[in-house]
Design a protein around this ligand. Structure first.
Ligand code: FES
Length: 148
């Protein structure tokens, strides 16, 4: 499949856009400072907080934010359990009243796996792995991203 080029300059903090790459949904989320600050506090609740398991996290995303640039999160929006597409719940505390009672992030409607805003799966959920990060690069001025 051909690479997909996306203008991300219009995605405001707190907003997410979905694009298609190789027939798969790819999420582009512009995280706020509050959303970024929350990530390190979640590590103890996650199955693979440092993304050590092979195959889901390229070297450039092996960091706390799982991204090249902290504020821009890009991942494939397909659950690592059986392939459903999780639903975003992005507002602070959005997960509190939902199944799993977690902080918010992404909830898979099929069997209840929950993921944080870096696509990291919570412990003791059906999904075994973090959401997959695709190959991507930013343009020199940072306004465009090329996926694939
Ligand atoms: Fe997502 Fe089963 S497919 S939890």
């Amino acid at each position: 499949g051909a690479p997909v080029e996306v203008d991300i300059s219009g995605i405001a903090p707190g907003q997410m856009r979905t694009v298609e790459w190789r027939g798969k949904p790819v999420w582009i989320l512009h995280r706020t400072k509050e959303q970024l600050d929350a990530l390190p506090k979640l590590d103890s609740q996650l199955a693979d907080p440092d993304s050590d398991r092979p195959g889901y996290t390229p070297a450039y995303a092996k960091n706390e934010y799982r991204s090249r640039r902290p504020e821009i999160f890009i991942c494939i929006g397909i659950c690592t359990h059986l392939g459903c597409s999780p639903t975003p719940h992005l507002a602070a505390g959005a997960g509190a009243g939902l199944p799993g009672g977690w902080e918010g992030g992404f909830l898979c409607p099929c069997h209840g796996s929950t993921f944080d805003l870096a696509g990291r799966v919570y412990s003791n959920k059906p999904a075994p792995d973090n959401l997959e990060i695709p190959p991507y690069e930013f343009s020199a001025d940072g306004t465009m991203v090329t996926i694939g």
